[in-house]
Design a protein around this ligand. Structure first.
Ligand code: SAH
Ligand code: SF4
Ligand code: F3S
Length: 468
């Protein structure tokens, strides 16, 4: 079998190996797939490891210092691989894409001459041309201008490649919020929403290829305001609630999710959609970052802790079982013990189903980096440990509260053990249970019998497709 494949390989002259390593958020995962799509016609096929690859792309994240530094250590590891490949007479082209590319540009090549090409998130549709330039000149091609509209025109057509039954769909990109700790407004540019018709086209094509669940992506997804579809005679723009209801009508799409939202952009229509659109899953990722109004102000978050709590209460009134998740930063400049206690108190009030938490990391060029009252690393670590202990407790008790309940699970793949399937609950929990392979790609009911911090286990109780 392997030999047959190998023989076939040698007859296809232009076949090239492409290795992409992705860091950071789901927007980068979406972009990774689009890069593969745009390079496939040139003969690039995905490889599992960088050894011997013709093209290596590091799809980078600049959000925290550690994330950015990982890129340079990875480049260090790639250097000998590039040399080894060169010794066989074939070059390896190393490309840095993503948010470090946008933020640092040409600086990357100065620091790591092993890099052949630097390309920012808005120019992936030009990758074939840029790579051709490198091949021609083996020089410093740089393309990091913002042209987000062109990006989607070129990258997100119906020919999109699909794997599995769930898919990300970017509906909004960029951010104008300028939180004082964050690099995103500098790396992803101004906020921009894709037109409804374009998104519908992409989701229809995904449904036709078997996708059952879509997650709508945006750095500020609930600020979505895309051009209304041509079928809407009133024209104007639609918000996220309208978009969700519209996408829910597409045959085959059983579940809709979205991430990430900003507390400032909570519209009643979106909250209402949780009450009346059963395909919208009861899970809301709403980062707050801090429970102290003083720190929220200094972060330029433009809302208070009380306003945040109000949104959570409205969401729970609309959909009582809704799972709330969030992001927290500890040790932002000027954070006192009392400010940190306010964060702990807010966490107790919200009672998160899951929540990411980070130590504040100084990002060059952001206002937070220039603040004089930076917090000691030791203090940050202590606070993070206390916060994470509380958050783990909440996550475990949320998961345990599922025991005895019957949940509709979308099965996505085989589990780790023989005869086991793995899927997701409406609340985004991983669920494992025994069941037949035919259920992969379908929704079926599972009675939950066990729960750990990161997963649920249970017993399949129906083979019919269950309502979400
Ligand atoms: N657009 C989203 C997410 C942005 S980045 C939002 O507005 O919430 C994801 C998370 O990384 C943030 O929510 C924040 O908690 C964290 N983060 C961003 N910049 C950071 C920094 N400089 N230091 C530590 N954490 C940071
Ligand atoms: Fe960053 Fe704030 Fe924009 Fe989120 S809202 S991407 S944290 S600037
Ligand atoms: Fe990172 Fe860029 Fe996403 S900085 S979190 S990859 S938008």
């Amino acid at each position: 079998m392997t030999d047959i494949i190998r023989d076939a390989d040698t007859t296809t002259k232009d076949r090239k190996r492409l290795f992409i390593k992705t860091y950071g958020c789901q927007m980068n995962v979406y972009d990774l797939e689009r890069m593969r799509d745009v390079l496939a016609p040139l003969g690039y096929e995905p490889a599992d490891e960088p050894d011997g690859a013709d093209l290596v792309i590091l799809n980078t994240c600049h959000i925290r210092e550690k994330a950015a530094e990982k890129v340079y250590s990875e480049l260090g590891r790639l250097k000998p691989l590039k040399e080894e490949k060169a010794s066989t007479g074939k070059p390896m082209t190393i490309t840095v894409a993503g948010c470090v590319a946008q933020a640092e540009g040409a600086e990357i090549q100065r620091r790591a001459p092993v890099v052949d090409l630097v390309v920012g998130p808005q120019t992936y549709h030009k990758l074939p041309e840029l790579i051709a330039n490198v091949h021609r000149a083996r020089g410093e091609a740089l393309d990091t201008e913002f042209e987000v509209e062109e990006k989607f025109d070129a990258l997100a057509g119906p020919e999109r490649h699909v794997e599995g039954f769930t898919a990300f769909v970017t509906v909004q990109e960029g951010c104008d919020k300028f939180c004082t700790f964050c690099v995103v407004p500098y790396t992803r540019g101004a906020e921009w929403s894709r037109p409804v018709d374009q998104i519908v086209m992409e989701v229809r094509a995904l449904a036709a290829k078997g996708v059952r669940e879509v997650t709508l992506l945006g750095q500020n997804v609930n600020a979505y305001h895309g051009d209304a579809p041509k079928s809407d005679a009133t024209g104007g723009v639609w918000g996220l609630g309208q978009l969700v209801r519209h996408l829910a009508k597409i045959g085959g799409i059983e579940r809709i999710r979205f991430t990430t939202s900003h507390p400032k952009d909570m519209e009643d229509d979106l909250i209402q959609a949780f009450a009346d659109e059963p395909k919208l899953m009861p899970y809301f990722h709403l980062p707050v970052q801090s429970g102290s109004d003083k720190i929220l102000k200094s972060m330029n978050r433009s809302h208070t802790a009380a306003e945040y709590m109000e949104s959570i209460e409205k969401l729970r009134a609309a959909r009582p079982d809704i799972a709330i998740s969030g992001d927290m930063i500890v040790g932002f400049p000027g954070e006192t013990d009392a400010d940190f206690e306010a964060t702990m108190e807010l966490v107790r009030q919200v009672n998160y189903a899951s929540c990411f938490s980070f130590k504040y990391s100084k990002r060059p060029g952001t206002p937070g980096a220039a603040m004089f009252n930076q917090i000691d690393e030791g203090v940050k670590s202590e606070r993070l440990a206390r916060l994470q202990a509380l958050l783990s407790e909440q996550q475990v008790s949320f998961n345990r509260s599922m025991i005895g309940k019957t949940l509709p699970v979308l099965f996505e793949r085989e589990g780790r053990f023989e005869g086991q399937l793995s899927g997701r609950s409406p609340y985004l929990q991983a669920v494992h249970c025994e069941g037949p392979l035919e259920l992969i790609g379908q929704i079926a009911n599972v009675e939950i019998t066990g729960a750990s911090q990161n997963a649920l286990s249970g017993r399949l109780i129906t083979k019919e497709i269950a309502a979400a």
